[in-house]
Ligand binder design. Structure first.
Ligand code: WT7
Length: 658
């Protein structure tokens, strides 16, 4: 293999970095030789009501227990707000930019603190107590962050649901987590259009009131008592008496102070639903101290963040990236976080670049899919901006192809900025593998080296640990504070999903290669999870949605490479009837969009008479992947195939399509 080009650490970044190469070596050593001591030191950088004596008390064996700082007591909202008030009360905490250019709002730490307290008081007034689950279904508005922090203040567990989820997706999640209250808005705004939110919640609640999503798919009854409705667009929405309340009215007159709930380090902070290779989405649980510590530590280390700088992570708060790097990381570091309601190319391309100049953004953090789509747009939009405030450019969500990396580095960053390709997952709480700007040389396409205290291992199919240069399945061999503790309500599934493939190690579901410098190159998922535009989609979920359509007999979904999205969904569908009306493929894609949300609608639907199966009846996805990508010269082992004619037929159909 050709040696990858190396981009060395910039001397100016190294000279002023929070972590330079020497310090990085020191920290990495310390974290291994005296892990408890190292993490106690990190724990000292957050505020405790009662500091912990214990550090790591986790075990990856048997029933698996993840536990950090368990005798400590603290409150996350105090760490993100109160503790900055004395010195930085007037610093901008949250800059919100609306989709309309003249629609913006800046909240200082003092103002954000007051807003959070008012809502927290209102929630308490509605009977929300420590441990209760509160669902948040909001677009990218300041109230999203305010709602998360208000929950944290009173010890309620927030469950943010991406505003792109459909009613039945929400109904599932509301039932699973047993939410007592939902915070939503009348409508969202997207590319000049309005997106119904309250109506979707109404529909979800109706579905989860003994209704079903059709075809007898059971939905757990919901436990929602109230819905708080933020008036954003003023659109007309139905309000159910007693159940539905106006957000503004609920917070009006509430005191701007609110006694924070003292939380145990291992008390639940948040749930985030994510897709796996099988079954329904799983609610991953993050707890109070470990998650906060990880968000704070990684945000400072990976972005070389200095308070006062404007930090912009473009992720939606509905995903973990938005949690850790729009809200918790930057605010725990007394930072200024920018939150943007809009999309990168509306009303015209180049919006993001103009916002970087408008707010003098120092760190910009986005996904390869967005980078690629902006690369495709007229380069004139980029050239019309200076972007000279930038120091660090981050990438997350999927492997970044060297071409996009190089464009990011040369064109967006003007060769002055460090590019940090950050590998992590919903399960890890925050960044795990990434080049630190002042310490680690970059290679385009590699997430480089683990953060101090993170111990990746590569294992082969048989579970043998691979040393040195190698390619295998990526596992992490010891716990770190930000690790998800369990799957809500189903610890057995947690153990089964992450700790049985390679006993004694956390299995990430990703494949990776380690080069001669010890750098990691993530090669993508090795399970049936498909990564579309940085969104994680379980093929099983999309198949279940297709199966659910009354004309579908059977379906199989695979991921295929896509220029912009990274991967796209390709669905093979067998219908019950023989003849399908023209355009039926689009109807099936729309159906999935309705069931799961538009982001999960297959890009391609191919109607086929049969699917390739093993003699024991298992669908052979490996072969379908080859057929979908027209890479059928070498099909690999087909000896277990029940009927080879099925494969030949599918290949012919693909040929007919082009
Ligand atoms: C999966 C996790 C991490 C927050 C956003 C997604 C893929 C993530 C990278 C990267 C290659 C990456 C992995 C991972 N992934 N970052 N820098 N290089 N792949 O969180 O939805 O939990 O998805 O995203 O496959 O397992 P998520």
């Amino acid at each position: 293999m050709e040696a990858a080009p190396i981009y060395h650490v910039k001397p100016d970044l190294a000279a002023s970095a929070v972590i330079n190469a020497a310090r990085h070596r020191l920290m990495s050593n310390h974290a291994i030789t005296d892990a408890d001591g190292f993490w106690q030191e990190e724990a000292g950088r957050i505020d405790w009501i009662r500091p912990p004596q214990l550090a790591d008390n986790s075990s990856f064996d048997g029933d698996v227990r993840i536990s950090w700082f368990s005798d400590g007591i603290l409150n996350v909202s105090v760490n993100c707000l109160d503790r900055h008030l004395d010195l930085h009360g007037d610093r901008d905490a949250l800059i919100w930019q609306g989709e309309a250019e003249d629609d913006s709002r800046i909240l200082t730490y003092r103002q954000l603190h007051a807003e959070v307290c008012r809502l927290a008081n209102a929630l308490r007034g509605l009977g929300i107590r420590k441990g209760d689950r509160v669902a948040i279904y909001l677009p990218m508005v300041a109230e999203g962050a305010i709602a998360m922090l208000a929950c944290a203040r009173i010890g309620a567990v927030h469950v943010v649901m991406f505003a792109g989820f459909s009613a039945s997706g929400i109904a599932d999640r509301l039932g699973d987590c047993g939410a007592k209250l939902v915070i939503t808005a009348d409508e969202g705004r997207r590319a000049g259009k309005r997106v119904p939110l309250k109506a979707t919640i109404d529909e979800a609640l109706a579905l989860a009131s003994g209704g079903s999503a059709g075809a007898g798919k059971p939905i757990a009854p919901h436990t929602v008592e109230h819905v708080l409705v933020l008036r954003l667009t003023g659109g007309n929405v139905a309000m159910q008496r007693k159940r539905d309340l106006d957000y503004a009215e609920a917070v009006r007159g509430q005191p701007a102070r609110c006694e924070p709930e003292p939380m145990g380090a291992e008390d639940p902070l948040l749930l985030l639903y994510t897709s796996g290779s099988t079954g329904k989405p799983k609610g991953l649980l993050h707890t109070t101290a470990g998650y906060l510590l990880w968000a704070r530590f990684t945000h400072e280390a990976v972005f070389d963040y200095r308070p006062g700088e404007v930090f912009w992570c473009t992720a939606d708060i509905g995903w973990v990236t938005g949690h850790s790097y729009v809200v918790y990381g930057p605010l725990a570091n007394a930072g200024t976080t920018l939150m943007f309601e809009g999309t990168p190319s509306w009303p015209e391309p180049g919006r993001w670049w103009r916002l970087i100049d408008k707010y003098k953004v120092a760190s910009f953090y986005t996904a390869p899919t967005a980078i690629r789509s902006m690369m495709r747009d007229d380069p004139g939009f980029l050239a019309a901006t200076s972007r000279k405030s930038l120091r660090v450019l981050g990438s997350v969500g999927e492997p970044i192809n060297p071409e996009a990396w190089l464009w990011y580095y040369h064109e967006v960053g003007g060769e002055r900025c460090a590019v940090v390709d950050t590998w992590w997952q919903t399960e890890t709480g925050g960044i795990m593998i990434a080049p630190l700007p002042g310490a680690i040389a970059q290679k385009p396409g590699s997430a480089t080296l683990p953060l101090p205290g993170v111990v990746p291992v590569l294992v082969d199919e048989k579970g043998q640990v691979l040393e040195g240069e190698a390619e295998g399945h990526l596992c992490i061999s010891r716990s770190w504070p930000g690790q998800a503790r369990t799957i809500w309500g189903d610890h057995a599934r947690y153990v089964q999903t992450y700790f049985t493939t390679y006993p004694g190690s956390y299995f990430t579901g990703d494949g990776a290669r380690r080069d001669g410098d010890g750098y990691y190159w993530i090669t993508g998922r090795v399970d049936d999870v498909i990564n579309v535009s940085g969104h994680r989609i379980g093929s099983a979920e999309v198949e279940a949605a297709l199966d659910h359509h009354d004309q579908v007999a059977e379906a199989a979904v695979v991921g295929v490479p896509h220029d912009i999205k990274g991967q796209a969904l390709f669905a093979f569908v067998v219908l019950k009837g023989k003849e399908a009306a023209p355009g039926y493929e689009a109807e099936l894609a729309r159906h999935v969009g309705q069931m799961l949300g538009r982001y999960a609608a297959p890009d391609t639907v191919l109607l086929v008479p049969d699917l390739p199966k093993t003699r024991s009846g298992k669908i052979m996805r490996r072969i379908l992947r080859k057929i979908a990508t027209r890479d059928t010269a070498e099909l690999g082992d087909t000896t277990t195939l029940a009927d080879p004619a099925v494969v030949q037929d599918l290949i012919r159909r693909m040929e007919e399509r082009s």
